[in-house]
Design a protein around this ligand. Sequence first.
Ligand SMILES: NC(=O)c1ccc[n+]([C@@H]2O[C@H](COP(=O)([O-])OP(=O)(O)OC[C@H]3O[C@@H](n4cnc5c(N)ncnc54)[C@H](OP(=O)(O)O)[C@@H]3O)[C@@H](O)[C@H]2O)c1
Length: 246
Amino acid sequence: MAPLVEKVALVTGASRGIGRAIALKLASNGASVVVNYAGNVDKAQEVVTEIEKLGVQAIALQGDVSKVADIQRLFQQTIERFGKVDILVNNAGVIFYKPITEVTEEDFDKIFAINVKGTYFACQQAAQHLADGGRIINFSSSTTAMILPTYSAYVATKGAVEQLTRVVAKELGGRNITVNVISPGPTDTELFRQGKTEEQINRLAGMAALGRLGQVQDIADVVAFLASDEARWITGQNIRVNGGTA
Ligand SMILES: NC(=O)c1ccc[n+]([C@@H]2O[C@H](COP(=O)([O-])OP(=O)(O)OC[C@H]3O[C@@H](n4cnc5c(N)ncnc54)[C@H](OP(=O)(O)O)[C@@H]3O)[C@@H](O)[C@H]2O)c1
């Protein structure tokens, strides 16, 4: 039997990139999936259609994770539609590259609102609504270990996600809920390619021991493992999925 049959997963930022691959992988393992998106309704609907072709249920739900009311509504609508939530994947995230001297207050507030506030309040909703034995999988980045110029704000957000994950794991362990954070290395998505030259992309790919860019499937497979019963003894951990980059 598929390992996630009868489970319900909410994946933020699942219209594109890594989130899309996670939604498809969890569905192929049998989970019903909520495909959250911010603005790309067509892309989100395409993911739903792909999932339905697998004979699995899915819905697309708009919601800006930087708004607590939207996160609350996402949980309500998921429970109305599927009756529960077992797996929360806090994948939605944004990036920009600027030396610290050029970062504006607006830049800072926006990246913290999506990457940190979004993850934090989705964990709060999960703490209230996730089924016992559930799973929370947050998203950091291997850039917290690579230490690259122009990433200060992004790395600050991801460092916050790594730390809050450890505390929430302690708070929810009594209900057998595991809480982990995945830190991908350079992975071939729009977010990764945005603002980079081919030369920069090749240099980052070459930093991996395995000598290539990560593919979205490389990340989705590890999320599916953490979501499974086989990962029941892993909690409060930061898993760097990066082909040996850092
Ligand atoms: N790619 C990498 O190299 C890499 C490396 C390390 C970590 N990560 C992390 O992995 C995660 C996914 O990255 P990615 O490369 O797949 O990004 P991506 O291709 O840019 O996709 C971003 C996704 O997040 C959604 N999103 C953006 N802002 C949102 C908001 N305010 N509310 C809800 N959803 C929102 C987008 O929805 P719309 O389509 O509707 O805009 C889209 O589905 C991020 O947390 C990122 O920091 C990525």
